[in-house]
Design a protein around this ligand. Structure first.
Ligand SMILES: NC(=O)c1ccc[n+]([C@@H]2O[C@H](COP(=O)([O-])OP(=O)(O)OC[C@H]3O[C@@H](n4cnc5c(N)ncnc54)[C@H](O)[C@@H]3O)[C@@H](O)[C@H]2O)c1
Length: 439
C-alpha cells in the first residue's frame, strides 16, 4: 500500500555538475567509466543506481522496478565533470598514469577526458607529505583560498550551464587530526580561515567552499573533513546534504560482510589480521605514518561496532585486530588484501579462515562515486539536509548524528538505503516480518 510521499522531490531536470577535489586514479576511473557507458563501451557494474532493482509491497505482488525508474535520478548523459589537482595533467593523462584502464578503453573516451583539466588546488604539504605539485593556489589566507574555490565553483557552473552540483572529495588521504577548538563553531572556523589556522586542512577548505556555494559534499577519504561541528552546522543551516567517509571498497567491504555473519551465529573471534599491498599513488601517500593513521582509524573501527564486545564479552572481548598497508609498486592499482581470521566455535574449539582478495581498488571505488553523486543530488532535490545516514552503505566510517554509533553491517545499510527510497516515495517499508503470508 502506498501513501502520500512525505517528501516532495523536484525533477532531475537540466545538467548535474560533478566536482572532484583530487583527479587521480579513482576520479579518472569514475569519469572514464561514465563516458564509456554513455558510448556503449561498457556496463556500470557495481552501481546500485544503474543496475539494482527495489522490491515494493508484498513478495506476492511481483513489483520490483529498477531503482532508477522508481525515484527520479540524474541521467549519466546530463553529467558534467570538473575538478582540482596539484598536478596539471588532464584527466586523460592522469588516467594513463594511474594505469587502471586499458588503452583501448581510454581511446574511446580520450576526447572528453583530454578536455577535463584540473583547476588549481588548495594544498598544504603538512597534510599530504609524500607528494607535491605545481598546480596550486598560493595567494592569500585560507579564507582567500576558500573564496577562490567558491569562484571556481561558480565559474564551472556558469561555463557548463549546470543546474545542480555535487562535490565528492577524491583527493589523497590527509594526515590524522582530531577536531580542535577552531572546528567547534562556524564563527571560530571562519576566524580560523581568516588567520590561516594550521588546524584547518585543505579538504576542510573545499568542504566549506562547497557548502557556502550551495553544493552538497561527500568525503571519499578517511581524513577529518566536514565531520566537525562547524561544518555539520553549516550543512544544516544551508539545507544541504553531506555524507562520508572513506569509500568502502575492498578489505573493509569483506569485513562488513563476514563479521555480521560470525556474530549472527554467535561464533567467537580471537584475532583478525589484515594486510594489504598496493602500488598506486594512494599507496605511496599511505606510506606516511600520518596519512596511514587516518586510514587505520576508519579500517579498525568497523569490528568494534559490529561485534559489540561489551554485549558479548565471551566472544569478542579479547579480539586482536590489526591492519597493515604496504606500498609495493609492482602491483599498481591491483591491490592484494589478505585476512587471517581466528574464530572459535562450540566449547571454544578454534578454526581459521583466510581471505585473499585480488582486487582492483579504483574499479571498486568508481561505481561508489557514481552512486554517491546521484543519491546526493536526489537527497538535495528531496530537501534532505545534514548527514545522510542512509548512504552509510558506501563508507568505511559512516557519519552519524553525534552520540549515535554507526551501523556497519552491509545488509543493514542496504536495507536502510532501500527503505529510505521507499519512504521517499510513500511506499511501505519492508520489515521482513512476513506473518501475513501465513494467515
Ligand atoms: N578503493 C579505493 O580506491 C579507495 C577506497 C577508499 C578510499 N579511497 C580514497 O580515495 C582517495 C583517492 O584515491 P586514489 O586512488 O584516486 O588516489 P590518487 O593518489 O590516485 O589520487 C588522489 C589525487 O588527489 C590529489 N590531491 C591531493 N591533495 C589534493 C588537494 N588538496 N587538492 C586537490 N587535489 C589533491 C593528488 O595529486 C592525486 O592526484 C584517497 O584518499 C584514497 O584513500 C580510495
Amino acid at each position: 500500500m502506498s501513501v502520500e510521499p512525505p517528501v516532495k522531490i523536484a525533477p532531475a531536470e537540466g545538467k548535474l555538475g560533478v566536482l572532484m577535489p583530487g583527479m587521480g586514479a579513482v576520479a579518472t576511473t569514475f569519469v572514464a567509466g561514465v563516458e564509456a557507458v554513455k558510448r556503449g563501451a561498457g556496463l556500470p557494474i557495481g552501481s546500485l543506481t544503474q543496475m539494482a532493482t527495489i522490491r515494493l509491497g508484498k513478495r506476492t505482488e511481483g513489483r520490483s522496478p529498477y531503482v532508477k525508474d522508481f525515484v527520479p535520478l540524474a541521467k549519466l548523459d546530463d553529467m558534467v565533470f570538473g575538478g582540482w589537482d596539484i598536478y596539471e595533467d588532464t584527466a586523460y593523462e592522469a588516467a594513463l598514469n594511474a594505469k587502471v584502464l586499458e588503452q583501448s578503453l581510454l581511446d574511446v573516451v580520450k576526447e572528453p577526458l583530454s578536455a577535463l583539466k584540473p583547476m588549481k588546488a588548495v594544498f598544504e604539504q603538512e597534510y599530504v607529505k609524500r607528494i607535491n605539485g605545481p598546480n596550486v593556489k598560493t595567494e592569500g589566507s585560507k579564507m582567500d583560498k576558500a573564496q577562490a574555490l567558491i569562484d571556481d565553483i561558480k565559474n564551472f557552473q556558469k561555463t557548463n550551464n549546470v543546474d545542480r552540483t555535487v562535490m565528492v572529495w577524491c583527493g589523497s588521504t590527509e594526515v590524522f587530526h582530531r577536531p580542535a577548538a577552531v572546528h567547534q563553531t562556524l564563527a571560530s572556523f571562519e576566524e580560523g580561515l581568516a588567520k590561516s589556522d594550521p588546524e584547518i586542512a585543505p579538504s576542510q577548505i573545499y568542504a566549506y567552499a562547497s557548502l557556502m556555494a550551495g553544493v552538497p559534499f561527500a568525503n571519499g577519504a578517511p581524513n577529518l573533513t566536514h565531520d566537525i561541528p562547524a561544518l555539520l552546522d553549516l550543512s544544516r543551516d544551508r539545507s544541504l546534504p553531506i555524507c562520508g567517509k572513506d569509500f568502502k571498497t575492498g578489505q573493509t567491504f569483506m569485513k562488513t560482510l563476514l563479521a555480521p555473519a560470525f556474530k549472527a551465529r554467535m561464533l567467537g573471534i580471537r584475532g583478525w589480521f589484515s594486510t594489504n599491498i598496493l602500488g598506486n599513488r594512494d599507496g605511496e601517500v599511505l606510506e606516511d605514518p600520518g596519512s596511514f593513521k587516518s586510514k587505520e582509524e576508519t579500517k579498525l573501527s568497523v569490528l568494534e561496532h559490529i561485534l559489540q564486545p561489551d554485549l558479548y564479552p565471551e566472544l569478542y572481548r579479547d579480539l586482536y585486530h590489526a591492519v597493515r598497508i604496504n606500498y609495493y609498486p609492482p602491483r599498481g592499482d591491483a591491490k592484494e588484501g589478505w585476512d587471517n581470521i581466528d574464530i572459535f566455535g562450540w566449547l571454544g574449539y578454534p578454526m581459521q579462515i583466510k581471505i585473499d582478495f585480488l582486487c582492483r581498488d579504483s574499479i571498486l571505488a568508481a561505481p561508489i562515486v557514481l552512486d554517491l553523486v546521484i543519491f546526493m543530488d536526489l537527497a538535495q532535490r528531496a530537501g534532505m539536509k545534514g548527514i545522510q545516514e542512509w548512504l552509510s552503505f558506501y563508507f568505511k566510517a559512516p557519519m552519524t548524528a553525534p552520540g549515535l554509533y554507526p551501523e556497519h553491517d552491509l545488509f543493514i545499510q542496504l536495507m536502510k538505503l532501500k527503505n529510505t527510497l521507499r519512504w521517499m516515495r510513500g511506499e511501505d517499508l519492508i520489515t521482513h516480518l512476513g506473518l501475513e503470508y501465513y494467515d
